[in-house]
Design a protein around this ligand. Sequence first.
Ligand code: HEM
Length: 320
Amino acid sequence: MGTYKPSVAQQLGELSEKFQEIGQPLEHQLEGLVHAKPINYWDYIQTDALLNLQVQRTILPDEMVFIMYHQINELLFKMILWELQQIADVEVLKTAFFTSKLGRISRYFDMLTASFTIMGEGMDMEQYLKFRRTLSPASGFQSAQYRQIEFASTELINLIDNRFRKDFSEKFAREQRWEDVFYDEAFEHLYWQAAGKDFSTGKKTYTLQEFEQKYKGSLLRYIKTFKNVNLYSKFRTLPQEAQQDPQLQAAMRHYDHTVNIKWVMAHYGAARHYLSQGKKPLEATGGSEWTKYMHPKYQKRVFFPSLWSAEELENWGKEV
Ligand code: HEM
C-alpha cells in the first residue's frame, strides 16, 4: 500500500463528506470508480445522437444545408439563453460581469448574422424552391427559443406591436398587479402576432395556431419569470453611474443593433433572394405578408430604447 500526497488525502476527506450527506458510503463510490470505463470524446459530446438528427423530407441534397443550418441556429440560441439565464440569476449585478456576459451573447449573435449567407447564397435556388413545398406550413417563425431570447432580453412593452404600444404603455403603468388575463392580452398584441393574425377578425393562421397550442402556456410562464430579470430590467437596477459606463452602453447597443437590425436584415435578405424572384413575391411557408412584416422599420423592435436617441429610434432600420 503506497502513501498518498496530502492533497489526495484531503480530497478523500472531502469526498467522504460529500457522500455522507446523501447517505452513501465512500467505499461504494470508490469501488464504482475502479470499474468505471474511461470516457471517450463521442460519449461526452454525444456525437452519435447529434449526428442522427438530420432527416430530409426530400431527395434534394441542399435540403440538408437548410436543416443543419437551422439546427446550428437552435444550438446557438440555446447558448444565448444559457447566458441570459445566468444574468437573470445573479442577485447583485456587477458592471464588469454584465458587460462580459453581453460580449458572449453578442459574439453568438454576430456569428449567426455573419453566417446567414449560408442560407442566402449556400443553396441552389431550384432545389430550394422545390423542397420548401414540403415544409409548408412550418416556418422558423415557430422557433420558441427565438421568442424566449426576446422575452429574456427586454421588457414586455418593447415587444408589443408598434401600433398598440402607446395604449399598452399606459395600461402597464396603471396596473398594480398583473393578473393572468392581463398577460394574455399583452401576448395577443405581441409584434409577431401580425405575421399570423388578422387583427380585424382575430383569425389566426394554422402556423400560429399550432405554435400557440404547443408553446403559449410555457411562453407565458417564461414571460412572468423574466418580467423583472430580463437584460433591460437588470440594466436599470444598476446604479446611475454604472448605467453610464461607456463599455457597458456600447455592449448593450451592439447587442440590440445586431439582433434587431443586422440579423433581421440578413434574414430578410435571404427571404428576398428566394421568394422575390418573379414580379410577385412568393407566399411564405408560414403565410405572413413577409415583405412588410420582416423589415425592421415596420417591426420597430428595440430592446433597449433609452440607449438610443430619438433620431436613432425614428430611423430604426431605415439606413439599410
Ligand atoms: C432561406 C432561408 C429562410 C427563409 C426564406 C425564411 C423566411 C422566413 C419568412 C418569410 C418568415 C415570416 C413568417 C412566415 O410567413 O413564414 C420567417 C420568420 C422567421 N424565421 Fe425565417 N427564413 C429562413 C431561414 C431562417 C433561419 C435559418 C432561421 C433560424 C432559426 C429562421 C428563423 C425565423 C424566425 C425566428 C422567424 C420569426 C421572425 C420574426 O417574427 O420577425 N429563418 N422566415
